[in-house]
Design a protein around this ligand. Structure first.
Ligand code: SF4
Length: 299
């Protein structure tokens, strides 16, 4: 078994696999659109066919961005873990009086941003639990405080769920909150809280979190007003390859419409200490082969 590093090698790989699989991979290589059903087929591949999928993704990567790898030096500042949403896949959120609960002051947040800048970071990423003890203006306060102290830092902050929460507390629309944050210096938002963009799966992951429709609405609103976002999937629990293929298709359709996604981030489910694993029969995260497939099919 081998991974091809040239097109002739790919042709040899394609001749060694089922014609229907070779047809899908060849179509992808030539700019064609892989359908949801074909995506589900790709997630089922094993052996030589899996390596053909990986080699195809690698060739597409080479043609699209070449061999130069770039990255952003960033620091995560997770400013509070106090949260009452109760997502069953989460081992991070804590009630206010839990001995492990914490919330950074604005001064502590700014100090961490200053430190990050002194280490060479060009970006800080801020997300947190939904903490009702913080003021309703907290998202404005954080952006203002960091921008006054270190104006050159790119601020990548606040998941669509935080945007929904902040808007509801302030009694303003998602768009108004996003516009005011952008005016204060917010540079982009994380596309987290997507989990699996499927209503049935979301109902089992968490009943209290934003809907798939709200996630799409907030992300596309951000893109429309000039705030890019990342996109994510959280997989390897109660989900199936069909959910993955539909999720990727939705992300692709949004990207076609807005062009606002900067990247796609596959997040494997971390099962330790979660109710989803202990009580709901979830799997303990994706396998290594599933990680490979997710990266390759997403390409
Ligand atoms: S909203 Fe975030 S922090 Fe709160 S329980 Fe859900 S995943 Fe955890």
């Amino acid at each position: 078994m081998f991974i091809s590093d040239d097109v002739a090698g790919l042709d040899r790989l394609f001749s060694a696999i089922r014609p229907e699989t070779a047809h899908i991979l060849d179509k992808a290589l030539n700019g064609g659109e892989v359908t949801v059903e074909e995506g589900i087929h790709l997630f089922s591949l094993r052996g030589t066919e899996l390596w053909a999928l990986v080699a195809t993704a690698d060739e597409l990567r080479r043609r699209t961005v070449g061999d130069v790898i770039t990255y952003v030096q960033t620091r995560n500042i997770t400013f509070t873990n106090v949260c009452y949403t109760g997502c069953r896949f989460c081992a991070f959120g804590k009630p206010r009086h839990d001995p492990d609960a914490y919330t950074f002051s604005l001064e502590e947040i700014v100090e961490r941003a200053r430190e990050a800048h002194s280490w060479g970071c060009t970006e800080v990423c801020l997300q947190g639990g939904l903490n009702p003890q913080l003021p309703a203006t907290i998202y404005f306060d954080i952006v203002e405080a960091i921008k006054s102290a270190v104006p050159e830092l790119h601020i990548h902050a606040f998941s669509p769920f935080e945007i929904q929460y902040g808007s509801a507390r302030l009694g303003i629309s998602h768009e108004e909150l996003l516009r005011r944050l952008k005016d204060l210096g917010l540079g982009s938002i994380p596309g987290t809280a997507a989990e699996i963009l499927d209503t049935d799966v979301r109902q089992r992951l968490t009943r209290n979190k934003l809907s798939a429709e709200a996630w799409v609405e907030i992300v596309t609103t951000a893109h429309r007003i000039g705030l890019p976002s990342t996109s994510t999937i959280m997989y390897g629990h109660i989900d199936t390859p069909a959910h993955w293929a539909h999720h990727l298709d939705l992300i692709r359709r949004i990207q076609r419409q807005t062009g606002g996604f900067t990247e796609f981030i596959p997040l494997g489910f971390i099962h330790e200490r979660t109710l989803l694993y202990r009580e709901d029969g979830a799997r303990p995260g994706p396998t290594g082969m599933e990680d490979l497939k997710m990266h390759a099919v997403a390409a």
